[in-house]
Write a protein that binds this ligand. Structure first.
Ligand code: 3PY
Ligand code: MG
Length: 255
């Protein structure tokens, strides 16, 4: 089976950098994939497209060195089965709050005897290789999103669920559900305690830790705490930031 480079990077204690695709464009997916990211995640939860767009986006990422990942829209066995069959090499599942929900996620992502993933690997087989079935359980990365106070409280137990590789932290929802405005910088809120706590907990249990970051300085700080993978913003955010910067730079000339 094609090696999951993200697992290799983690075993070498090398940071992985992840691109985030919110737009329904295989061209943008391909551009991100060729930009040097180790993985590109198709965001089916908040991206502006439905599941029917996912195959073309994964095909585009598969034509690049980046690993194709998907954030599912929820913790749904049939949707997650389909995303893996479409060739996702990593699954990030939003809003996991309890051990039971983490176990359901493992059931949706792992073949028996570990879980209840149904057989029909389709594009997974094309991208992964003919021995996909034999190695899929060990090779595909499965991360539970911790982004609520209950998830935060149960994180230590969630991390010990067999078959789960680790967690992916959603700082925006975590802030919102703690009554903190997500527009505030994490350093000025209680997130400055919660984020390092979660990342260090993953280290303690030798588990994978990913985190969405608003910018590169946050990504750098999260890596300094030991995060395995950082996502410094999404495609649309980068486009808008760069466009606004160019307009503002031009206007400064007053010509
Ligand atoms: C969050 O920050 O809540 C996320 O889900 C990041 O995409
Ligand atoms: Mg979220």
């Amino acid at each position: 089976m094609r090696t999951n480079n993200l697992k290799n990077l983690a075993s070498q204690n090398t940071a992985a950098i992840n691109g985030w695709l919110s737009s329904d464009s295989s061209y943008v997916a391909e551009v991100l994939g060729h930009s040097g990211y180790d993985a590109v995640t198709v965001d089916l939860q908040h991206g502006q497209f439905g599941i029917d767009s996912v195959p073309k986006l994964l095909q585009a990422i598969s034509a690049t060195p980046a690993m194709p990942w998907v954030r599912s829209s929820g913790n749904d066995l049939s949707e997650i089965n389909k995303l893996l069959d479409m060739g996702a090499y990593g699954i990030i599942c939003p809003m996991i709050e309890t051990v039971e929900q983490a176990e359901e996620l493992v059931n949706a992502t792992r073949y028996a005897p570990v879980g209840k993933r149904s057989f029909g690997p389709a594009r997974g087989l094309l991208y992964g290789g003919t021995d996909y079935l034999e190695h899929a359980n060990d090779n595909i990365l499965v991360l539970a999103m911790i982004e609520t106070p209950l998830g935060l409280k149960n994180a230590e137990q969630i991390l010990q669920v067999p078959g789960l590789d680790g967690i992916y932290i959603g700082p925006n929802d975590l802030a919102l559900s703690l009554g903190i405005s997500p527009t505030l910088s994490w350093v000025d809120t209680d997130l400055k305690n919660h984020l390092p706590y979660l990342i260090k907990l993953c280290k303690q249990y030798n588990k994978y830790s990913g985190i969405f970051c608003s910018d590169v300085s946050m990504a750098t700080a999260m890596r300094s705490y030991g995060a395995s993978l950082v996502t410094p913003g999404n495609d649309i955010q980068m486009l808008r930031t760069e466009a606004s910067q160019r307009i503002s730079d031009f206007k400064k000339s007053n010509l």
